[in-house]
Write a protein that binds this ligand. Sequence first.
Ligand SMILES: C[S@@+](CC[C@H](N)C(=O)[O-])C[C@H]1O[C@@H](n2cnc3c(N)ncnc32)[C@H](O)[C@@H]1O
Length: 216
Amino acid sequence: MSVITKYNRISYVYDLMEFMVEFLKFGKWRRLMLSDMGGRVLDMGVGTGKNLEYYPGDCTVVGIDISPKMLEHAKKKAKGMDNVSLLVMDGEHLAFKDDSFDNVITTFVLCSVPEPVHALQELQRVCKPQGISTNLEHMRSENAYIAFLEDVFNPVSTFFMGVNINRRTIENIKKAGLKVIEERNMGLGNVFRLVRSRPKKTASCPASTDHVSQYS
Ligand SMILES: C[S@@+](CC[C@H](N)C(=O)[O-])C[C@H]1O[C@@H](n2cnc3c(N)ncnc32)[C@H](O)[C@@H]1O
């Protein structure tokens, strides 16, 4: 089942499914991550728009998602938020110019994007050289026992939910060419982490320029 089909299907129950963990943990983490965000921000894989309420009002937020149905729910949450625009788009092929965002973020996205390194390279490409990429993600634990369990159950979680629970996200961030500047353990033996990284490029030397850009 493709990512689009999967998220289109679960879009109706997604918020309900995560209600408890959102209330207990995720909401606090989102606030911590987003409350000091500034400038023009790209929220890749914005989903049903759970992050939107946490951005400061003076942020300009562009949320993209590959699932039109997830975005429909985000659009309801974004009603009245003039600083938010939402677009159907593949994170692995962003239709934005190089260096067009002050900051770029993902929350719980890099586990389901088919090619996470491609998505991270795209995040880097559209982020200004002085900008920051922030990722709140679950990933393969550094605890050997938890990592073993993640490896064992990954085929099950990918088969039923299309979610990879054992991705080496820190390595993927580095493979994409970003420089990790902060890595914070958020819980469950390093499974949940908040990672901040910087693009490794200068204004005169963008990471890549070979994309046809539709949006500025
Ligand atoms: C687990 S949800 C997370 C949604 C939201 N960020 C949150 O924190 O609740 C993952 C989201 O990533 C989106 N997604 C997966 N692959 C994508 C891609 N290649 N491009 C854009 N969005 C993608 C899915 O459609 C889904 O909405």
